[in-house]
Design a binder for this molecule. Structure first.
Ligand code: HEC
Ligand code: HEC
Ligand code: HEC
Ligand code: HEC
Ligand code: HEC
Length: 171
């Protein structure tokens, strides 16, 4: 009799802890703006769309590391010393450079620290950027298209017969 209640108690406690963890990790993502305003009006539609600049030209780290990385101010100015230097947003860009200040881009996609993710592995497996980020080249401002919930990862892993072992993503 005592043993039975101990088991029930443990199961209930585990449920409460699980629900608590779920709330803790899921609330911030859902409340986050999916399309945050950026400190500078950078348009993927103009760069990657109309001007056809390749994603990896600016996100060079993606095939080589867990992160995709963002271009530096120096990367922007390689072009913008010559392209539209008088445009107001480019003057803003130049002003960041003159102040030696990095542009404080607002993150659109990010995972909690307890999840392991790597761009390199996915690109090597032939998963395209737009399978996870949707049509960024058509976006004036980046909008997060995926929930980034565990179910989102697992759905694709099941479809593509990739691993769903817990320890792959939770180290
Ligand atoms: C490979 C060259 C290249 C790089 C690198 C580049 N741009 Fe551009 N950018 C362009 C071109 C081409 C245009 C379109 C110019 C036009 O149509 O007048 C443009 C236009 C812009 C505009 C609009 C200017 C206007 O006329 O109002 C902004 C703002 C801008 N870029 C910001 C950036 C930022 C920020 C970066 C770095 C993260 C960057 N660009 C990197 C080529 C580049
Ligand atoms: C000319 C440089 C440039 C090119 C080309 C470019 N990007 Fe970006 N990308 C940026 C900059 C700068 C940011 C940060 C500002 C923003 O979010 O718009 C960014 C942000 C992003 C983000 C959001 C990152 C985050 O979580 O905050 C994604 C996703 C992304 N790019 C995907 C792509 C894809 C896919 C392509 C190709 C279709 C591409 N980019 C082409 C410069 C570029
Ligand atoms: C399998 C899904 C997936 C694919 C494919 C993918 N991404 Fe991502 N991307 C993510 C996730 C998830 C994050 C958030 C990662 C984090 O917070 O650790 C992210 C973050 C980013 C960021 C934010 C900055 C950073 O350094 O991580 C950029 C930029 C980006 N991705 C660009 C790209 C580009 C460009 C491609 C194609 C070359 C690409 N991604 C392919 C899922 C993907
Ligand atoms: C659009 C499909 C897709 C999405 C979404 C996706 N993955 Fe993957 N993932 C794959 C494929 C395909 C592989 C490669 C499987 C292989 O090479 O055997 C993979 C592999 C991985 C690996 C390496 C597995 C290993 O065997 O070492 C990790 C870690 C991983 N994914 C984490 C994540 C996480 C975390 C998310 C969600 C934030 C995610 N993935 C979302 C398709 C996806
Ligand atoms: C392909 C990657 C992947 C695999 C495999 C995976 N998880 Fe997750 N898990 C995630 C991501 C991404 C999150 C973050 C979700 C969020 O923040 O909403 C997460 C969150 C969690 C959380 C926090 C609560 C929640 O639901 O947000 C728990 C607990 C958890 N995972 C347990 C597991 C267990 C147990 C397994 C094995 C059955 C597993 N995970 C397998 C990607 C994965």
């Amino acid at each position: 009799m005592k043993k039975k209640w101990l088991i029930v108690g443990t199961v209930v406690a585990a449920g409460v802890v699980g629900a608590g963890l779920g709330l803790f990790y899921s609330l911030p993502l859902d409340l986050r703006d999916r399309s945050p305003r950026q400190p500078l009006a950078f348009s993927h539609k103009l760069h990657a769309g109309a001007n056809g600049i390749h994603c990896l030209f600016c996100h060079r780290a993606a095939p080589l590391s867990p992160l995709a990385g963002l271009p530096t101010l120096a990367d922007c100015l390689d072009c913008h010393r010559f392209i539209a230097p008088e445009a107001p947003e480019i003057k803003k860009l130049q002003a960041f450079w003159d102040r030696r200040e990095a542009i404080p881009w607002v993150r659109v996609y990010s995972l909690p620290d307890h999840v392991y993710f790597s761009h390199q592995m996915h690109l090597h497996a032939g998963v395209a950027c737009n399978a996870c980020h949707d049509d960024v080249a058509g976006m004036e401002r980046v909008t997060r298209s995926a929930s980034l919930k565990m179910g989102w990862c697992l759905d694709c892993h099941r479809r593509q017969r990739a691993t769903i072992d817990c320890w792959t993503c939770h180290i």
